[in-house]
Structures are given as structure tokens and as C-alpha cells.
Design a protein around this ligand. Structure first.
Ligand SMILES: *Cc1c(COP(=O)(O)O)cnc(C)c1O
Length: 394
């Protein structure tokens, strides 16, 4: 039997990522592959670094994409900054804080967990109490935008507290970057990582990272070698570092980087503040629609992420059947619950290119239809109308 070409269906992606990719990005990725040490390519790499500095709102010299998905950006931060025996406070309020703990322990560090309820933001007071009780802590790590629940934590305040106790900070901004305020320099974040497939609306597989001078100093003065050869920033710097001379480290994913370049050009052309405002506006419209259907948010209004809307599945409604019907009848993907929230919530993403009025209205109309069919009693058009009123007023 011969296998034919693969042609994926055309979907609307409103889950926790990947999000819809702007066609301009797919077109950029189909351009001719050139050598990764070609002068033209190196010029493009420098542009990507400059555009990423804008996205992160930083002047950090070491700002670049790791050649692997967001999880590799996470590993880059932990493997480079955590030395065996280092105590690291990890604030956990969802799935991804748990992965940070795994990272600390696999680097030989000691993780001290500061736990908050899933759906809550990280409590700054709990962090401060933990720092007082653990004066030998070297690093504080937390997730800015918890994709498993849709909660946003106050990164600026958490970093400030960590610095008062002489700690470096590692921040997960995989879901926040591009969709909600992230200000690396103003907030004095030391190490931050993101992903390309959420609010940057690029294809999955790259992880933008940025490191402050203080973080670099810790990396340069390590007593032990970074245990990962591939992610060792001392080596990666020779490839992505400043100056014209680039030494081969690994073959960069050439076409994927064309895609990221285009995604960042799109962000630059829109203006990052405009992108944040667009996410907020469409979130409010979606929120009005969902609440008019009686669906309730997992997260308090004050800490909701505009780009990730987690709502509780109504009693008696079959989670998998609803998502399957949305996919089959509307080619619409929304996210299932993750971890302890599996089967209990839906996660509706409004990320990057997918964050627009058409998608808000499509999602609400499709949910009204499908939930109506499984027996829930909704008046057709109410949710769409509620969202339309918010959009018209904005
Ligand atoms: C998606 C996500 C990750 C992991 O990114 P991958 O690209 O899937 O490896 C890490 N942290 C958060 C908060 C995420 O949402």
C-alpha cells in the first residue's frame, strides 16, 4: 500500500495552543531553505533577536529562540540556572508549576513548593512567608499565565519580593507573551521563556527566551557544567550570540525561524499594546456570551487571562461529546481540562491570530447549538447577542 500526501483539515483553533497560524506565516515558512550560516540567514537571525526584544520589552542581549517547543525553553532556564544543591521556591497554581518542580529536581536542586488553589493567582504573601522561612533560597520560579486554569499572576510583585530576598527569578510566559502585558526590563525578570504557538500564532516548535545580566553572571560562574549539552547557554551563545562570527552548534530550524520572523513582524506592525488590547476586548465579548449561557469562569474576574477562558462544564453535560460535535460540525477545537480539571472545564483560547470577532461569535453560536442538542436549555442567539453588544460598544 502506498501512502499519499497528508492534507490536514481546515480547523479553527480555540484551545490552549496551538492557535490559528496567520497564513502570512505559513507562506513565509514555504520560502527556499538556505544554509544556516549563510550571511543572509545570519542577518535574519539578528532581526529575530531584535524583534524578540520588542516582544519581551527588554534590552537583554541574550534574547533568542531555543530550537524546540516551550518545554525546552523551560528546561533551558532551569538547567542553566539551577546547580546541584540549590534551593528553588516554585509557586504552583496549576499544571505547569508542577513541571517546574520536576525540572528543579532533575537538575539536582531542592524544590520548595508554595501552593495556591488551581484557578487562583499566586499569592505574594505566601511567597514572602516561604522566603522568610527559607533564607538560603537562590531562585524563585512561577508561571505568569497558567494555561491549565486561565489565571494570571502578578509577575511584577512576585519578582520584586524575590529580589528583596536576593533571589533570581524564572518566569513562564508561554501563554502570556503577545496576549497580555509582559515587561521583562520594567519588572526586572531574570530568566523568561515562552512558546511560538500560543499568542504569537506561529507554528509550534520554538521557544523564545531572555536572560538578564544577573542571570548570565550566575551561569558564567557555575561550579558545575550544565548537564545538557544541547541547552548549555555557554555553547548556544556562540551560535546566537552577538557579533558577526557564528560557530556551528546545531542546525537551526531554518524555515521555522522564517515563520517566527514573520510572526514577530506582524506583532511589530500591529503594536504590542494594540495586541494586548485586542485580546482584552475579545475576551470581554466572549465572557459576556458565555456568562449569558450560564457558564461560569474558573478564575475570579480580577485574575482572568484574556487569552485563556476556562469555564466549568454544566452538570450532566458530556465533555467529550460536546468537543467532538464542535470539531465534527464546526471544525472548531476548544480545549479539554488538564490535570485535576480534566472533565470539569473547557478551556477556550483567544490567542493571537485566532483572537477576533468572527471566532468569538462562531464559538458562541456553535456552543449554543451543540449544548442545545445535548439537552441543555439555551435560548438561541442570546450568547451571540450579548457578545455583539460588547463588541459594538468597544
Ligand atoms: C504550552 C505551555 C508550556 C509548554 O509549551 P510546549 O510548546 O507545549 O512545550 C509551558 N508552560 C505553559 C504555561 C504553557 O501554556
Amino acid at each position: 500500500m502506498t501512502v499519499g500526501s497528508f492534507h490536514p483539515p481546515q480547523r479553527t483553533l480555540m484551545g490552549p495552543g496551538p492557535s490559528d497560524v496567520n497564513p502570512r506565516i505559513l507562506e513565509a515558512m514555504s520560502r527556499p531553505t538556505i544554509g544556516h550560516l549563510d550571511p543572509a540567514f545570519i542577518g535574519m537571525m539578528d532581526e529575530v533577536k531584535g524583534l524578540l526584544k520588542y516582544a519581551f520589552q527588554t534590552e537583554n542581549e541574550l534574547t533568542m529562540p531555543v530550537s524546540a517547543p516551550g518545554s525546552a525553553g523551560m528546561e533551558t532556564c532551569f538547567t542553566n540556572l539551577v546547580e546541584p544543591g540549590d534551593k528553588v521556591i516554585v509557586c504552583q497554581n496549576g499544571v505547569f508549576g508542577g513541571r517546574m518542580k520536576e525540572n528543579v529536581e532533575r537538575c539536582g536542586g531542592v524544590a520548595v513548593m508554595v501552593e495556591d488553589k488551581w484557578g487562583d493567582a499566586v499569592d505574594p504573601q505566601k511567597l514572602e512567608d516561604a522566603l522568610k522561612a527559607n533564607s538560603d533560597t537562590k531562585i524563585v520560579a512561577f508561571v505568569h499565565a497558567e494555561t491549565s486554569t486561565g489565571a494570571q499572576s502578578d509577575a511584577k510583585t512576585l519578582v520584586k519580593i524575590a529580589h528583596q530576598y536576593g533571589c533570581l527569578t524564572i518566569v513562564d510566559a508561554v501563554t502570556s507573551l503577545g496576549g497580555t502585558e509582559v515587561k521583562v526590563d520594567e519588572w526586572k525578570i531574570d530568566a523568561i521563556y515562552s512558546g511560538t504557538q500560543k499568542c504569537l500564532s506561529c507554528t509550534p516548535g520554538l521557544s523564545p527566551v531572555s536572560f538578564s545580566e544577573a542571570a548570565l553572571e550566575k551561569i558564567r560562574n557555575r561550579q558545575t557544567r550544565v548537564q545538557s549539552w544541547f541547552l548549555d547557554l555557554n555553547l548556544v551563545m556562540g551560535y546566537w550570540g552577538s557579533g558577526g562570527k557564528r560557530a556551528y552548534h546545531h542546525t537551526a530550524p531554518v524555515n521555522a525561524l522564517y515563520g517566527l520572523h514573520e510572526a514577530l513582524v506582524i506583532l511589530q506592525d500591529e503594536g504590542i499594546e494594540n495586541s494586548w488590547a485586542r485580546h482584552q476586548k475579545h475576551h470581554l465579548a466572549l465572557c459576556a456570551g458565555l456568562e449569558s449561557m450560564g457558564l461560569s469562569f474558573v478564575v475570579d474576574e480580577a485574575h482572568r487571562l484574556p487569552q485563556l477562558n476556562a469555564v466549568t462544564i454544566p452538570d450532566g453535560v458530556d465533555d467529550a461529546a460536546v468537543r467532538a460535535a464542535l470539531l465534527r460540525d464546526y471544525s472548531l477545537e476548544i480545549g479539554a481540562g488538564l490535570g485535576v480539571m480534566a472533565g470539569k472545564v473547557w478551556r477556550i483560547g483567544l490567542m493571537g491570530h485566532a483572537c477576533n470577532s468572527r471566532n468569538v461569535l462562531l464559538c458562541l453560536a456553535a456552543l449554543e447549538d451543540v449544548l442545545g442538542r445535548v439537552g441543555a436549555n439555551y435560548e438561541r442567539g442570546v450568547a451571540v447577542g450579548a457578545a455583539e453588544r460588547v463588541l459594538a460598544a468597544a
